[in-house]
Design a protein around this ligand. Sequence first.
Ligand code: 13P
Length: 257
Amino acid sequence: MGRLPFFAGNWKMNKTVGEALDLVKGLKAAISGVIGVEGEVEVAVAPPFTALYAVRKEIEGSSIFLAAQNLYWEEKGAFTGEISPLMLKEVGCHYVIIGHSERRQFFGETDETVNRRIKAALAQGLKVIFCIGETLKEREGGKTFSVIERQMEGGLKGLDDREMGNMVIAYEPVWAIGTGKTATPEQAEEVHRFIRGKIEKLYSRGVSEEIRIQYGGSVTPENIKGLMNQPNIDGALMGGASLKAESFSKIVRFKEL
Ligand code: 13P
């Protein structure tokens, strides 16, 4: 069985509750019929924490999944400003994005803290979208594969085959995020192939064939088809394009483009 294409919208620090509801209503209407149990693709939205509850109410009964953008690994306690896996599960999250490059760059996350977050999320029954990717400097210095390898070994440390069944990997080259500079389909495919090969080495052929690897970084309705034509690209993690129902839904409906 092939891998079900998976498109997730990372809204980052955008959308008030009212704006989030408008967007998700528009999205629901624009993609109805394309997703679902029998559908051809899977779709998730990752609003800011403040809009999770309202968006969950709005997508109830639809096939859109709810995702959070981060979490803290403790279940509860004196951790001012943090959100626990339990809280996300209760509010209706199915997925959580972990290790986004913006968290690594601006909020001091490391492979080790990413690993703790992944383990806590999985223990609570959340599925994880695990983000990895190299900076421009690392790419230009010929370090892309060693960086990806380090992020994978660190982030996935201690996870077993069964847990890998609840993981999605998002390859997001940092130089392509929000820059309008998408990786070419060939550039992305080269890294996706490497990632799948590394999963095979760390786990098994079966795990590597099942895991979905999304591409992220300036994905648009114009470039999605070329990316999706690559054998190891199984969907996209979108930022900017996910902030409007029109572009989000066009990407989800890439087969019709
Ligand atoms: P853009 O699609 O805005 O480049 O953002 C990608 C991203 O970071 C998704 O997580």
